[in-house]
Design a protein around this ligand. Structure first.
Ligand code: PHE
Length: 427
């Protein structure tokens, strides 16, 4: 409610309503016979939203202090309070602060109604008392009935909410299936177990590498043709950053990192992700998994090498599987070989079930498995090992390929598609 002059006298915050409200503001002023000059002192630029509690303070003063002497002025005062109440009261505006709002108007101790009773009614001169009393009763019943109405609405809304939110205890619980290890993880575990059982330990290395570890220290200098085969992902680095860096194309850099840190004897396997710019198809993926192996000691021979590989292959695929190796080339092994296993699908015969050619080994009876070789003595130079005193072997196996062969999977992409129908087959 706004009663200019009165509000400034009271020194309280003044609410200026716009639109329809400002009309009644003027009419209240007019009926109170205040001149326009009296309004000038009011802080007209303060505008409160109509839902914000206003406090013009009139009910905190006695009628005498407010200079109110006639029944007409009393009616205007009460009309103002009623208008203020009506402007503030709405379901949306009060339901969250219901108790505060109710107490502000009808709270026993200091609600507006109590204050009007104490400040306006009780000390009113006998002549005005009946008018104040009648106006107060009208205001009180207006406020109370409106508050009752709103309170009922709030209760209904709460009940409705409670009904909607009620927990139905008869509903079945939510089943949260527990996942299982990915097949690649399971195969890694199998491979690790085999190598750990013969004295290897497991180490890991970074997936982002420097060209030094990925190439140079592995005897692949900058313009070596083999680099061209490794369609490599180089990282785009901010200007001025030390570089270049790349996603490792194989796990072999961890050979170097391990030998830099450890003295012989070294026997490690290195599982991890590797990256190459391969287009995805049934046998290629730009990211796949390798397991590197490295054994270096004072007198490791080619026989130790082939014996270890054969032991692993028989443990992994079964005792009936045969192995063979063919000459190959890697810059960091000398001699280098390619290991094959007898075809797991046709038992090495090369023919399928009804006498047809086996599709997996294309009739050869052999399946290419992985690259390996004796560590090239040049490598020892990069890690400060004495090449005249140590020897060793290394291998790099594709884990995805090993998993596909053992579990009869013909598309490498299924490992990366996260289709639970596939994953569930390997609980
Ligand atoms: N790093 C080689 C590759 O990814 C594999 C390999 C590892 C060959 C160790 C020999 C010795 O192709």
């Amino acid at each position: 409610m706004v009663v200019p002059g009165l509000a400034t006298q009271a020194g309280g915050a003044l609410a200026i309503f716009t639109g329809a409200k400002s009309r009644s503001f003027t009419s209240i002023a007019a009926s109170l016979n205040f001149s326009r000059n009296a309004i000038v002192g009011a802080p007209c630029d303060v505008i409160y939203p109509s839902t914000m509690p206003t406090n013009d303070g009139t009910h905190e003063k006695t009628l005498a202090a407010l200079g109110v002497t006639s029944a007409e002025q009393i009616s205007v005062l009460f009309a103002g309070l009623r208008e203020q109440f009506d402007a503030e009261v709405s379901l949306e505006a009060v339901q969250l602060l219901w108790k505060e709002f109710r107490d502000r108007w009808i709270g026993r101790k200091s609600g507006v109604i109590t204050q009007v009773t104490n400040n306006w009614l009780k000390p009113a001169p006998p002549g005005l008392k009946p008018t104040v009393g009648a106006e107060l009763n009208k205001l009180k019943s207006h406020v109370e009935s409106k508050l009752d109405e709103i309170h009922l609405k709030i209760e209904n809304a709460e009940e409705e909410w409670a009904r909607d939110e009620r927990v139905d205890l008869s509903l079945p619980g939510v089943v949260r299936p527990i996942g299982s290890r990915h097949l690649i993880r399971q195969v890694l575990q199998e491979i690790e177990d085999i190598f750990v059982s013969i004295g290897f330990s497991v180490v890991e290395g970074p997936e982002i590498e420097t060209p030094y570890y990925n190439f140079e220290a592995l005897n692949i200098p900058e313009f070596h043709p083999v680099r061209a085969d490794m369609d490599t992902f180089y990282l785009e680095l901010p200007k001025g950053a030390p570089g270049p860096l790349l996603l490792r194309t194989h796990t072999s850099p961890v050979q170097i990192r391990t030998m830099e840190k450890r003295q012989p004897p070294v026997r490690v396997i290195v599982p991890g992700k590797v990256y190459r710019r391969d287009n995805p198809d049934a046998t290629h993926s730009f990211m796949f998994h390798q397991i590197e192996g490295l054994a270096v000691d004072s007198d490791i021979t080619f026989c130790d090498f082939t014996g270890t590989i054969e032991y692993f292959v028989k443990q992994y695929f079964g005792p009936s599987v045969k192995t063979r190796f063919r000459p190959s080339y890697f810059p960091f092994t000398e001699p280098s070989v390619e290991f094959d296993v007898s075809c797991i699908f046709c038992g090495g015969s090369g023919s399928g079930a009804s006498g047809t050619t086996c599709g997996k080994c294309k009739g050869s009876g052999w399946i290419e498995l992985f690259g390996a070789g004796m560590v090239d003595p040049a490598i020892y130079g990069f890690v400060n090992y004495d090449a005249s005193k140590v020897s060793g072997f290394a291998f790099g196996m594709g884990m995805d390929r090993l998993a596909m062969l053992k579990y009869g999977i013909d598309d490498i992409q299924v490992f990366f598609q996260n289709d639970v129908r596939f994953l569930k087959q390997f609980p």
